[in-house]
Design a protein. Structure first.
Ligand code: FPP
Ligand code: MG
Length: 331
């Protein structure tokens, strides 16, 4: 089955899609082989992680950043598997922190097996990803990705702090999403372009592309929590409010609200976010979703501007198409 990333982007050239699909299939094999365990209990949990296929955005970006889809070297395929494994590990942990019950259209590991197995499988997948890089001698990429994962945890901790202090602060929100999401996508594009042997200037261009794309990605993710229908998204909507997370649609609605509606919003939020549907309704009425979408589009444009610094090529066109996928996605 083709990953959602490939179903979602419109590539000018059919053969490029086939080449990318072939590389992504190899990335799946690397992941399955690397995570495989002779211990049946671990293998069963492992299969649950692997079966819950995501969009495969990060490995696709890494392969494209490296520049030779269909002919990627072993290091590139390995590193593409590593970034997806890091991402999967972070979601295993995130679902424990957020008490997430469904993801990718199925129960989360914590919902099905409990927090302990989910945390430990997160550790298992994450440490396996890092050892793959060490075993391959890819120490520069190891340093780059280990630092990005460290910042992921900083982002998650900052988010917890914002939640606890009930802060409605757009700059603090942007810092959180940069740390928890955009940094890994930036590092993914940087790693791919380094492994692909691109000149230093192109590495910086692709890193900037990934950073801005990552910001757009998380803003859209946060919008979907107010917007999408749960079936298509594969996870319930309104979860951020239930967890007390102040994401951009709410922050934009807050900023735009006249005094009376602001007081109403404050009262509803103070209720522990109990009346979630009413809050979602008010956020929409106040234009919070449109304003958040506007910001996602602006980050998308910034990532497109970065990309314009690369020479034109089918790979650049594919990266460009991924911006539309990220900004317009409904799942
Ligand atoms: C999803 O955000 C979560 C992240 C982008 C990052 C989570 C990172 C960690 C828990 C740190 C991981 C650390 C290691 C060692 C692997 P979200 O909750 O906004 O999205 P969601 O709606 O998909 O849950
Ligand atoms: Mg979450």
């Amino acid at each position: 089955m083709r990953p959602a990333f490939l179903k979602g982007i419109k590539l000018e050239r059919r053969e490029l899609a086939d080449l990318l699909a072939a590389d992504l299939a190899k990335v799946e094999s690397v992941m399955a082989r690397s995570l495989c365990s002779e211990i049946p209990y671990i293998q069963a949990l492992n299969e649950a992680v692997l079966d819950a296929q995501g969009k495969r955005l990060r490995p696709a970006l890494l392969v494209l950043a490296a520049g030779r889809p269909g002919d990627s070297g072993e290091d590139v395929l390995l590193c593409a598997a590593v970034v997806e494994m890091i991402h999967a590990a972070s979601l295993l942990h995130d679902d424990v922190v957020d008490r997430g019950q469904r993801r990718r259209g199925r129960p989360t590991l914590n919902a099905e097996h409990g927090d302990g197995p989910a945390i430990l499988m997160g550790d298992y997948v994450y440490t396996r990803a890092l050892t793959l890089l060490v075993d391959a001698g890819l120490m520069e990429v190891f340093g780059l990705l280990a630092r990005a994962v460290h910042r992921l945890s900083v982002g998650e901790l900052l988010q917890l702090e914002l939640k606890q202090r009930r802060l409605l602060d757009e700059d603090a929100y942007r810092r959180v999403i940069y740390e928890k999401t955009a940094r890994l996508i930036e590092a993914t594009c940087r790693a791919g372009s380094m492994l692909g042997g691109r000149p230093a200037a192109e590495v910086e261009i692709l890193a900037a592309f990934g950073r801005e794309l990552g910001m757009a990605f998380q803003i859209v993710d946060d919008m979907l929590d107010y917007d999408a229908d749960a079936l298509r998204l594969g996870k319930p909507v309104g979860r951020d409010l239930a967890e007390g997370k102040q994401t951009l649609p709410l922050l934009k609605a807050w900023a735009a609200a006249p005094a009376a509606q602001r007081a109403r919003l404050a009262e509803m939020l103070g209720d522990g976010g109990g009346n979630r549907l009413a809050i979602i309704e008010l956020v929409r009425e106040l234009g919070g979703l449109e304003a958040a979408h506007g910001e996602a589009v602006r980050y998308g444009e910034r990532s497109r501007q970065a990309l314009a610094g690369l020479p034109a090529s089918p790979v650049r066109a594919a990266l460009d198409a991924s911006i539309d996928f990220v900004v317009a996605r409904r799942f």
